[in-house]
Design a protein around this ligand. Structure first.
Ligand code: MN
Length: 289
């Protein structure tokens, strides 16, 4: 099933550009908390609602945590010129309050810092997981979605650099695991301002989905609704106000798109600009925008 959250957070099934409400489901979090015991709810009888008549919302608005893999593709490790990858670093956390609806606007907070896009495959937990094996791990995954891990470059802690308000666009759909297919063979493409910046396949993840879930569950209990984002491949690059970002993942059937603005940008409040991992240099933009 391809699920969406819409309007005030209610849940529907998306089919052919129409949304069919699910019976007795107030929010996606409620659906996920009941899923292990009760399965998926029924679809209400009726004609459905045209996609154009609803406002898409982030699929899970209130995860207890967003777990994120640092440096989980070798080509991204190479472009950042860093020695460490996920197997040495473990994971970091992004604040759930950084989530942004599909078609929302990423607000860059500072005018004197570099911010990059990171297109990623994310998964949503559906069954509580604590110390699960890799073999069991995927049984705890409810489904998959797209996620943009917007990142400030510099020497500050990752959890700061990636937790600014609006820095975690997610969606637009949450596809159940049975329908999504193999999460370790997903084509990922990400465009900024029409330029294809990232093109990869999740088979090249250093730690695959099952390994990430199993490892994370040795550190912390994973609850229904928790999000794990798998890391970004090569091709990160700077964002500027006016850009559009679009992320396509095979198996989702709908792209995640957001705008970039800097409406309230100020000077940076911290001093990490000239430290930390060094991202690839900005490439010249096309001038015909
Ligand atoms: Mn990332």
């Amino acid at each position: 099933m391809r699920l969406v959250s819409y309007d005030d957070g209610r849940v529907g099934c998306l089919r052919d550009d129409r949304v069919y409400p699910l019976t007795g489901v107030p929010t996606m979090r409620a659906l996920l908390e009941n899923w292990a015991g009760a399965g998926l709810p029924a679809i209400e009888d009726g004609p459905g609602i045209p996609l154009a008549d609803i406002r898409l919302r982030v699929p899970v608005a209130d995860p207890s945590k967003i777990i994120a893999a640092p440096v989980n593709y070798r080509d991204h490790q190479a472009e950042m010129s860093v020695d460490s990858q996920v197997g040495a670093l473990g994971f970091f956390l992004k604040a759930p309050s950084s989530l942004l609806d599909p078609d929302g606007t990423v607000q860059l907070p500072y005018h004197d810092r570099r911010f990059d896009q990171e297109g990623e495959l994310a998964l949503v937990i559906g069954r509580t997981a604590r110390r699960v094996s890799e073999r069991e791990a995927l049984d705890h995954v409810f489904g998959y979605t797209g996620l943009l891990d917007i990142t400030m470059r510099g020497g500050e802690d990752r959890s700061t650099r990636k937790s600014f308000e609006t820095f975690t666009p997610m969606g637009p759909v949450l596809v159940t695991a049975d329908e999504f297919g193999d999460p370790e063979n997903v084509e990922l493409r990400c465009w900024v301002d029409g330029e294809l910046r990232q093109k990869a396949n999740t088979r090249d993840l250093i730690w695959g989905v099952a390994q990430l879930v199993a490892y994370a569950s040795t550190v912390t209990t994973l609850y229904p609704g928790d999000v794990i984002t798998t890391g970004t491949p090569a091709g990160v690059g700077p964002l500027r106000a006016g850009d559009t970002i679009r992320l396509e993942l095979s198996g989702l059937g709908a792209d995640l798109a957001v705008l970039v603005a800097d409406d309230e940008a100020t000077a940076s409040a911290t001093s990490g600009r000239d430290s930390g991992p060094v991202p690839p240099p900005a490439r010249p933009r096309r001038t015909d925008r």
